[in-house]
Design a protein around this ligand. Structure first.
Ligand code: 26V
Length: 843
C-alpha cells in the first residue's frame, strides 16, 4: 500500500527514488541549499529572514534553481555553436508553459532536496510553490503543445529555440459571477519574472507601413527598397527550458515591443511632448495582450501587427546567428529548420524572401529554394472559421513589400500549376490561389505557409487524412509528398512525474524509473494489471488523488467532492464542436433517470467541467451559464443527493489541470468526429489512469489502437458519416427530438426554464440551435449512443477490478504519446537533426 494520509506524505517517502539522485538528501546538501536561499534572499531580493514573505521564499528558491540551469544553458549554446550544429527554431504566437518551479526542480533532480530543506526551515513547500504566477501565454492546445515540444527538444538534446511574444497580459482569468463567465486581465509580471532573462540590449527594429521603390544596391544591382513608415523595437526575454536530467537547457526567446528611439527623437523635436509619449506607449502596446482564439480576433489589425512583429524580430535573430558562422547562405537550410506553429507566423515566408533578396542580394530562385528548404508548417485545425485570412488591403498598407512578395510567390506557384499535367481548370486554380477573390480580396495564410514549406503536418493520423482529402485536397494533389502526420504528444515529466507524485512513485517502485525518459517503459505495467495487490495499490493512489482534488476544490469553491463517486471529467476550452453541451444533456438524462428509479445499476457520479469561453463567443458563454444553472438544481435536489453532482471548476489553466488530471476516473473526449484535430488532454488523462469515453476523432482513434478497443469507450458517428450527414442533408434533428422520450424531456426542461425559472427563455437559443437550426455539431444524432455508452461506463465502474485492470492497461500502453516520440519523429522526418535518446548520457 502507498502511504495513506496526504499526497505529500507519499511523495516524501518515495519521491527521492524518482529524482534518480539517491535517497533522502544529505545534511550537507540541505545546508548548502539553505545558504543559497539565504544568499538570494539577501543579495537578490534585499531582504533578511525576518519579515520575509512566502513570496520572497518562492523567489529565493526559484533563483537558486535557475542558478542550477544557467551553466548547462551556456554549455548547450556553446556546444551547438562549436559544432556548428543544425538548430531548430519553433515559431509560435503561444507558449502555454504554466508554472516553472516544480518542473525545474524535477529537471535538476532537486525537488526532494528543496521540499526537505524548506520543511526544515519551517516553511510550507507547497504554499511556496503556489506563489508562482501562471505563465499563461497561450489559449489552449496549440500553446500547450508548443511548451511540451520545447521540453522534449531539450530532453532529446536538440539545439532548439522557441520564438514568441512576451505578453504583459496572457490568457484572461475566468471568474464566475452568478453562473456567468467574467474575464479579468491577469498581470502575471506584477512581481517580475524570475525565469526570464531580460535582454534590453538585444533590440531588433521592426518596420511597419511605409512604401516601396526600386533602387540600386552597393554593387549597382537593382533592388526593391522598403522605406519610411514607422519602426518598433523588439526587446528579447529568454525563458529557460531544461530537458529531463538537465543535460540540455534551451531557451524560448519572447519579444516585447519598445518604442523606437529614432521615432521618439523626431516626435520630441517637434515639441509635442505629451502626444509623443502617448504615441510611444501606443507602439509599445503591441505586445500587451494575447488574443483569445475566437473569430472576433480575426481581422484585427493589431493581431496582424503582432504576427509580423515577432516574425521579423525572430528571423533577424536567426539570420544574425547564422551569419556569425557563415559568409553566404548556401548552407542555410542545412543549418536552420524553422517550424511554423499554425499559420500565425506564416509571414515568415515572405519575410525571409525579403531579407535574402532585398538585404542580402540573392536572386529569387536561390532565395525561394532556401525558404522552401527551411520552413515547415503545422496545421492545428480544420474548422473553416479558424483558418486565417487577411485582407489584401490591410497587408498591402501595413507590409507593402510583403504583399508584393506574396503576389510574386503566388504568381510563380500558379504558373507552375498551370503548366503541370493534368491541366487544372480555372476553378481549381482559383481554389489553389493564395488570394481568395470571392468578395473582399484576402490572403489565405494556410496556402502561403503550405507553398513555402517542404513539409506540412497534421497533428493526428485522422486529422492528417482529413487535411489530404478536405481543405488541402487541391494542394495535396499538387504536392502529394508534402503532407505528413506527426501525432501530438505530452511531456511525461510535467504530466505524470510532476503532476501525479503518488502514481509516479507507485510505478517506479514496480518497474523502475526509466519510464521518465522513455515512456514506453510503462509497458512493464501490463502484467501487473493481472496482479490483484497491484490493482489495489493503483486504486489507493487514485483515491488519494481524488481526495487531494477534493481538498483543492473545497478550498477554492467551498464545494465538497465525494471521492467514492466516479469522477467524470471534461476539461478543455468551451466550444460547440467539443460538445460540452452533449455532456450536460447526459447529466440531465441521468438526473431524470435517478429520480425515476431508472438508474439503479449506475454508480454515484461527480461530473466535473472546466474551461474558458472566448470573450465574444455567445453560445459558449451561454453553455457555461447552463452548466451552473443545472448544477444549482441538481446539487440541491435531495432525491439525487449522493448519487449525482455537477461541478464547474473556474479558471481552468495548466496548474488547475495538474490538479485535475490525476484525480479523473473518466475522460470525456466527445467532439463531433472530424472536428478535433488531435486533443492532448485525452493523452494526459489516460496517462493518469482515466478511461476515455469518446468519439473516433483526433488522437482518440490512435489512443484506441494503442490501449485496445476493449479498454476504451467509443460511441457515435464516424468522421465520414458525420460529414456525409451534414453535407448531404441526412440529418433531421427534429426526428431525434420527437423520437426519443429521454431526449425530448431533457430539451423541454432546458427550453422551458426548468433550470432558469426566473427567466424561462434563457436557454431557448441553445434548444433552437439543436432542434431548429440544424444542430451543426450533430449532438442529437449522437445522443442515444452516448447515453447508452455512459451506461456501459457506469456498469464497468461498478466492478472495481475490471475498471482498474482497464485503467492500468491504459497507463501501460499510452507511452507512444510522449512528446519525446513526437519530437523524435519531427527531428527525423522534417528537421533532419540528430537526437540523443539514451537517458543518463553525460552531454
Ligand atoms: C485561432 C485564433 C484565431 C484568432 C485569434 C487568436 C487565435 C488563436 C488560436 C487559434 C487556433 C487555435 C487552434 C488550436 O488550438 N488547435 C488545437 O491544437 C491542439 C494541438 O495541436 C490540438 O490538440 C487540438 O485538437 C486543436 O484544437
Amino acid at each position: 500500500m502507498v502511504d495513506s494520509g496526504s499526497v505529500g506524505a507519499a511523495t516524501a517517502v518515495s519521491g527521492s527514488v524518482l529524482d534518480g539522485r539517491g535517497p533522502k538528501a544529505k545534511g550537507s546538501e540541505v545546508d548548502a541549499l539553505k545558504r543559497r536561499l539565504h544568499r538570494h534572499l539577501r543579495h537578490s531580493l534585499g531582504k533578511g529572514p525576518v519579515g520575509s514573505t512566502t513570496l520572497d521564499w518562492y523567489m529565493a528558491l526559484a533563483l537558486s534553481t535557475r542558478d542550477l540551469m544557467v551553466e548547462t544553458w551556456m554549455d548547450s549554446s556553446h556546444r551547438a555553436y562549436a559544432n556548428d550544429a543544425k538548430r531548430v527554431y519553433y515559431l509560435s504566437m503561444e507558449f502555454l508553459v504554466g508554472r516553472s518551479l516544480t518542473a525545474s526542480l524535477l529537471a535538476t533532480g532537486s525537488l526532494d532536496l528543496a521540499r526537505q530543506t524548506l520543511t526544515e526551515m519551517g516553511l510550507d513547500f507547497d504554499a511556496v510553490c503556489d506563489q508562482e504566477p501562471e505563465a499563461a501565454l497561450g489559449n489552449g492546445g496549440l500553446g500547450r503543445l508548443a511548451a511540451c515540444l520545447m521540453e522534449s527538444m531539450a530532453t532529446l538534446g536538440i539545439p532548439a529555440r522557441g520564438y514568441g511574444i512576451y505578453y504583459d497580459y496572457g490568457m484572461f482569468s475566468q471568474y464566475i459571477d452568478a453562473g456567468q463567465q467574467v474575464e479579468m486581465p491577469e498581470r502575471w509580471l506584477r512581481y517580475g519574472n524570475v525565469w526570464a532573462f531580460n535582454r534590453p540590449e538585444v533590440l531588433t527594429p521592426v518596420r511597419f507601413y511605409g512604401r516601396t521603390e526600386d533602387g540600386l544596391d552597393l554593387r549597382g544591382r537593382r533592388v526593391r527598397r522598403w522605406l519610411d513608415g514607422e519602426e518598433v523595437l523588439a526587446e528579447a526575454h529568454d525563458l529557460l527550458v531544461p530537458g529531463h536530467g538537465c543535460w540540455t537547457v534551451n531557451a524560448i526567446r519572447l519579444w516585447s515591443a519598445q518604442a523606437s528611439r529614432a521615432f521618439d527623437l523626431r516626435r520630441f523635436n517637434q515639441g509635442d511632448y505629451i502626444n509623443a509619449v502617448a504615441e510611444q506607449s501606443q507602439s509599445e502596446s503591441l505586445s500587451h495582450v494575447l488574443y483569445p482564439d475566437d473569430s472576433t480576433g480575426m481581422g484585427k489589425a493589431l493581431r496582424l501587427k503582432q504576427e509580423y512583429f515577432f516574425v521579423a524580430a525572430s528571423l533577424a535573430d536567426i539570420v544574425r546567428r547564422f551569419r556569425t558562422a557563415h559568409d553566404d547562405f548556401t548552407k542555410f537550410p542545412q543549418k536552420v529548420a524553422i517550424q511554423l506553429n499554425d499559420t500565425h507566423p506564416a509571414l515568415a515566408v515572405p519575410e525571409l524572401m525579403r531579407l535574402l533578396m532585398d538585404e542580402h542580394g540573392l536572386a529569387w530562385d536561390e532565395a525561394w529554394s532556401i525558404c522552401h528548404g527551411t520552413f515547415s508548417y503545422t496545421n492545428h485545425t480544420l474548422l473553416p472559421e479558424a483558418l486565417e485570412t487577411w485582407p489584401v488591403d490591410l497587408i498591402g498598407s501595413m507590409l507593402p513589400r510583403h504583399m508584393e512578395i506574396i503576389y510574386a510567390i503566388n504568381h510563380q506557384f500558379l504558373e507552375g500549376v498551370r503548366k503541370s499535367a493534368p491541366k487544372p481548370d480555372d476553378a481549381c486554380v482559383a481554389r489553389l490561389s493564395m488570394i481568395d477573390e470571392g468578395g473582399e480580396r484576402r490572403v489565405r495564410m494556410a496556402h502561403l505557409a503550405f507553398v513555402g514549406s517542404h513539409r506540412v503536418n497534421g497533428v493526428a493520423a485522422l486529422h492528417t487524412d482529413l487535411m489530404r482529402g478536405g481543405i488541402f485536397a487541391d494542394l495535396h494533389r499538387t504536392f502529394p509528398d508534402r503532407i505528413v502526420n506527426k501525432t501530438n504528444g505530452i511531456t511525461p515529466r510535467r504530466w505524470l512525474q510532476g503532476a501525479n507524485r503518488p502514481l509516479s512513485a507507485l510505478i517506479t517502485r514496480h518497474i523502475g524509473d526509466r519510464w521518465v525518459a522513455n515512456l514506453d517503459e510503462l509497458r512493464g505495467l501490463v502484467p501487473l494489471a493481472e496482479d490483484a495487490a497491484f490493482r489495489e495499490e493503483f486504486r489507493a493512489v487514485k483515491r488519494l488523488n481524488k481526495e487531494a482534488l477534493g481538498r483543492y476544490v473545497d478550498a477554492r469553491l467551498g464545494v465538497e467532492l465525494d471521492p467514492d463517486t466516479l469522477f467524470d471529467v471534461q476539461v478543455k476550452r468551451i466550444h460547440e464542436y467539443k460538445r460540452q453541451l452533449l455532456n450536460v444533456l447526459h447529466v440531465i438524462t441521468l438526473y431524470n433517470r435517478i429520480r425515476a428509479g431508472r438508474a439503479e445499476d449506475q454508480p454515484p457520479r461527480t461530473v466535473l467541467l472546466a474551461g474558458k469561453a472566448a470573450p465574444g463567443y455567445y453560445m459558449a458563454k451561454l453553455i457555461i451559464r447552463l452548466i451552473h444553472d443545472v448544477a444549482r438544481v441538481i446539487n440541491a435536489d435531495p432525491l439525487v443527493a449522493g448519487r449525482l453532482r455537477l461541478v464547474f471548476v473556474p479558471d481552468y489553466n495548466v496548474s488547475v489541470a495538474e490538479h485535475i488530471m490525476p484525480a479523473a476516473d473518466l475522460s470525456e473526449q466527445i467532439s463531433t468526429a472530424g472536428t478535433e484535430a488531435s486533443g492532448t488532454g485525452n493523452m494526459k488523462l489516460a496517462l493518469n489512469g482515466a478511461l476515455t469515453i469518446g468519439t473516433r476523432d483526433g488522437a482518440n482513434v490512435e489512443i484506441g489502437d494503442e490501449v485496445g478497443e476493449e479498454n476504451i469507450f467509443f460511441f457515435g458517428l464516424s468522421a465520414e458519416r458525420a460529414n456525409a450527414m451534414r453535407t448531404r442533408g441526412g440529418h433531421d434533428p427534429w426526428q431525434y427530438y420527437t423520437g426519443d422520450p429521454d431526449l425530448h424531456m431533457v430539451l423541454d426542461m432546458i427550453g422551458q426554464g426548468a433550470f432558469s425559472p426566473d427567466e424561462p427563455d434563457r436557454y431557448r437559443p441553445i434548444v433552437d440551435s439543436l432542434t431548429r437550426h440544424g444542430d451543426y455539431y450533430l449532438l442529437l444524432a449522437d445522443y442515444a449512443d452516448y447515453v447508452a455508452c455512459q451506461e456501459r461506463v457506469g456498469r464497468a465502474y461498478q466492478d472495481a477490478d475490471t475498471w482498474s485492470r482497464m485503467a492500468i492497461l491504459n497507463v501501460a500502453r499510452i507511452g507512444r504519446f510522449s512528446s519525446d516520440v513526437t519530437v523524435a519523429d519531427y527531428a527525423a522526418d522534417i528537421w533532419h537533426v540528430p537526437v540523443q535518446t539514451e537517458p543518463g548520457r553525460t552531454g
